[in-house]
Design a binder for this molecule. Structure first.
Ligand code: ASP
Length: 374
């Protein structure tokens, strides 16, 4: 009896030993379509990821009051890297500070400097991917500017946070971790500039900030995210089908400034006074955050037609409505008035594209072609 029990347990042990190595793959596999991050770090040599810091809440510290108020752009890039556990397992990291500002102060001069630096870094064999840390207020604008002027397939990922580094439940470290995982992923190549925040990956052209304070603020309202990323494990969705990075006609080489483009917000009883003031102050282009499908008062339409035809000011009709398209010649006769319809681009994105378009042409039909292609 004792003998039989011993041999039974020996047989069981042998069976288990045979089965155990196969158990993990016998479980249902909920593997993402493409995974990177942690798993990738175990295979092959680690990617070389450069972190380029520009400031923002991700580098911010709370004031003494504790509950509210903070100063963005307090911590330096080294602090950010050191603040994220296991970051170095994802990639070989290095960092540099380009500016340290709240992104509400982002401007053309910093964009030109940042874009030149990003292009120089990506041209080096010592960099496989880039993470740009940035405030969330204008993150979508910088991301789209880079998307149009970066001349490389290598991943460029913008990362921000809604809570300062010293806050309870700061979201910056997880966002930076995921951002580095995406920048280190070969699958991120050729997808244009990406934004990684709150476990989501967004294409620069599609993403916008939609909540003033919540960590779930970035969305791509018309198209949805470009992917998901959970503790470094990536699932990709369909790539953007519009021209970006290497495929655009834009370049920052030799550019010392950008044309002035203003955004004007339409509303009931909108007067044309601000249109005239903007042109008097040197605006070469105007984006209207129109009501509905890019509409505005008749007086404003007439004044825009006048500044277009008499002063060559480029006029783009966008919308203050967060979803949907502004189609050409729908309620307004764009052909006759010389206007451009923004399509999917919200006013801040339309402004970025119009600034770059004006470095090439001021002809409405050529600008419209760019809005249709990019
Ligand atoms: N004002 C901050 C900035 O854009 C807000 C943030 O980063 O969330 O720099």
């Amino acid at each position: 009896m004792k003998m039989r029990r011993q041999s039974l347990s020996r047989t069981l042990a042998a069976l288990l030993a045979l089965l155990l190595p196969t158990l993990p793959s016998a479980q249902p596999v909920t593997k993402p379509a493409v995974s990177a991050g942690k798993s990738q770090a175990k295979q092959g040599p680690k990617a070389k990821v450069r972190i380029v810091a520009t400031g923002g809440t991700i580098a911010g510290a709370q004031g003494d009051s504790g509950s509210y108020g903070y100063k963005s752009g307090t911590f330096k890039v080294e602090d950010l890297i050191q603040g994220v556990p296991h970051l170095e397992k994802l990639a070989t990291l290095s960092g540099e500070q380009v500016v340290n500002i709240g992104s509400q102060d982002m401007n053309d001069a910093v964009w030109l400097k940042l874009a030149s630096r990003v292009n120089a870094l990506l041209a080096s064999p010592d960099v496989d991917g880039l993470v740009v840390t940035h405030g969330t207020d204008t993150l979508e604008e910088t991301a789209y500017f880079l998307d149009l002027v970066v001349k490389s397939d290598k991943p460029v990922v913008l990362v921000g946070s809604m809570r300062p580094a010293t806050a309870v439940s700061a979201d910056g470290p997880a966002n930076l971790y995921n951002g580095v995982a995406v920048a280190a992923s070969p699958e991120a190549r050729g997808r244009g500039v990406l934004v990684v925040i709150n476990d989501e990956i967004h294409a620069a052209r599609n993403v916008t900030k939609m909540n003033t304070t919540n960590v779930e603020t970035f969305h791509s309202p018309n198209r949805g995210p470009a992917g998901l990323v959970n503790t470094g494990a990536i699932t990709w969705m369909d790539p953007v089908d519009r021209k970006h990075t290497k495929a655009t006609e834009f370049s920052v080489k030799g550019l010392e400034s950008l044309p002035r483009v203003d955004i004007l917000y339409a509303h009931a009883n909108m007067s044309p006074d601000l249109i005239e003031a903007a042109v008097e102050h040197g605006a070469q282009g105007l984006v209207i955050a129109g009501v509905g499908d890019g509409n505005m008062t008749q007086e404003s339409i007439d004044t825009l037609e006048k500044v277009q035809k008499e002063h060559g000011v480029a006029v783009v009709r966008s919308s203050r409505v967060p979803t949907g398209l502004v189609l050409r010649d729908n309620e307004i006769n764009d052909d006759q008035k010389g206007f451009v319809a923004s399509g999917e681009f919200n006013p801040p994105k339309a402004r970025v594209l119009l600034q770059l378009a004006l470095t090439k042409t001021c002809r409405p039909e050529r600008i419209q072609r760019m809005f249709d292609e990019y």
